[in-house]
Design a protein around this ligand. Structure first.
Ligand SMILES: Nc1ncnc2c1ncn2[C@@H]1O[C@H](COP(=O)(O)OP(=O)(O)OP(=O)(O)O)[C@@H](O)[C@H]1O
Ligand SMILES: [Mg+2]
Length: 293
């Protein structure tokens, strides 16, 4: 019998997003230090870490939305294309179409003086220049907007599309932002603290919605949060992984269940210990207050 080691075959499908040795500096401040991760279609990667650890800088680098003062090195490959070397025009083609983003604060991300249907339509219009598909008619755009509102379970899309952001609840405004993010059927969705501004019940509804969208669209997702409990809910499929960031570095990265069952890095352990449970002694401060930043 041949006992020689099996040859290493390349992966059948290369990852949709591959980040290698990404570093970001703002002047002398090294905000992100040599981080690497990958995300496949249908997979969610949770990026968790304390405030200032470099989570948002990482997500903005993926979309090339950092200010020109940021020095970025390393490689970001999306669907086989090296994003850091693309022209701005080629990058604009990806943004909001193949890769889209949901921001944390729905009220500041929405235009208060424009009906929400028109705002969702703007996301379609930004990619309606005839390069990818024949230009869509006004009516086709309207149908796309209503379909996206329906997908995110906004009530009565036809009527409510004419309403303004202030006429919606916080959870509904987050649904509007999600509708804008998915209306062009992206392949990768970046969600930067998408539920932090919401109360826990609405937070659970939004997490469920993201999970449904991901399953129905085979979406890859980068889910960012400072809250390990939220990340655990968002990344609960067997293929999902969690990366823990501290001071610009990924200090631990593992499949979700493994990370929770057997955390290796002391910082991951601290994060886990800082999450309140039924058994937490509420007369003592949580461990998070002792995490050094
Ligand atoms: N445009 C910028 N100019 C200068 N420094 C910046 C800029 N953006 C971010 N930084 C710095 O980079 C570091 C990482 O910031 P980042 O916003 O990525 O943190 P974060 O992990 O998203 O935190 P939070 O949980 O508070 O959102 C911080 O020290 C921050 O001050
Ligand atoms: Mg952030």
């Amino acid at each position: 019998m041949d006992t020689s080691p099996l040859p290493e075959f390349p992966a059948l499908h290369p990852p949709l997003l591959q980040v290698k040795d990404l570093s970001i500096r703002f002047g002398t401040h090294h905000a992100v230090k040599n981080i690497s991760f990958q995300i496949n279609a249908g997979q969610t990667l949770g990026l968790v870490g304390e405030s200032g650890s470099g989570k948002s800088a990482t997500s903005l680098a993926l979309l090339r939305l950092l200010p020109p003062t940021a020095q970025i090195t390393g490689d970001i490959t999306f669907a086989g294309q090296p994003l850091l070397h693309l022209s701005e025009t080629a990058m604009r083609h990806h943004r909001g179409r193949n890769i889209s983003m949901i921001f944390q604060e729905p009220m500041t991300a929405l235009n208060p003086v424009m009906p929400i249907g028109a705002q969702i339509a703007e996301a379609v219009l930004a990619h309606n220049d005839g390069t990818d598909h024949p230009r869509l008619s006004r009516n086709a755009i309207k149908q796309k907007v209503l379909a996206a509102m329906h997908q995110v379970a906004l009530p009565d899309p036809e009527r409510r599309s004419k309403d303004y952001p202030h006429q919606f609840s916080g959870g509904q405004r987050q649904r509007i932002l999600i509708a804008m993010a998915i209306v062009n059927q992206p392949r990768l969705l970046i969600a930067d603290e998408p539920t932090t501004a919401l109360d826990v019940t609405v937070q659970a509804q939004i997490l469920l919605l993201l999970k449904q969208l991901r399953a129905s669209h085979n979406l890859a997702m980068l889910f960012i949060s400072h809250d390990l409990a939220v990340v655990a809910q968002a990344c609960d499929q067997p293929t999902d992984t969690v990366a823990v960031m501290q001071h610009g570095q990924i200090v631990e990265q593992a499949p979700t269940s493994q990370l929770f069952r057997n955390p290796i890095h002391p910082y991951t352990r601290q994060l886990l210990a800082s999450a309140p449970t039924m058994h937490t002694n509420r007369t003592k401060p949580l461990a998070s207050s002792t995490i050094s930043t």
